[in-house]
Unconditional design. Structure first.
Length: 153
């Protein structure tokens, strides 16, 4: 009998650590609560922009915004960037050259829907280095793209 397949959760731990690193820099990154994520989804939907709650991890605020208030989120939407974290605990240069990562279909769709309001943030949890890039710059920086299907039973 084969041993059961186990999901590696270390990526989630690294992503949480990366989010905390970004918030600790005090440069406008915020980890949204479930309620705040819902407000963002609703506010973007009212502008015909599709957002999946699991397609972003943190927000980058250009100025303070009361994320618990749907009305304020709606009025300040142009000051809010939704960001998906791609993190590593391995040694890379600050340009992340050689870093291999995956982007989900949901992340691509949200990025295409939000355009300049969505970023990928690459965070090195060892050095604290990070870079923030829109999807077009991620593709421009890519040295290889390998399409796959990820399947879970």
């Amino acid at each position: 009998m084969k041993a059961p397949l186990r999901v590696n959760k270390s990526g989630n731990v690294t992503a949480r650590k990366a989010a905390q690193i970004l918030v600790a820099k005090h440069i406008g990154y915020v980890i949204p609560t479930a309620r705040q994520k819902k407000n963002l989804v609703v506010a973007f939907a009212k502008r015909d922009m599709i957002v999946y709650g699991k397609a972003f991890d943190v927000l980058h605020l250009e100025r303070p915004v009361n994320l618990d208030s749907l009305e304020e989120v709606e009025s300040q939407l142009d000051k809010i960037l939704l960001c998906e974290i791609k993190s590593t605990n391995q040694e890379f240069g600050d340009d992340f050259r050689g870093y291999f990562f995956a982007i989900t279909a949901a992340e691509v769709l949200v990025s295409q829907s939000l355009k300049e309001r969505f970023r990928f943030i690459f965070v090195n949890t060892v050095t604290g280095a990070h870079i923030e890039l829109p999807l077009n710059k991620v593709f421009a920086k890519a040295r290889g793209i390998y399409p796959t299907w990820s399947i879970s039973f």
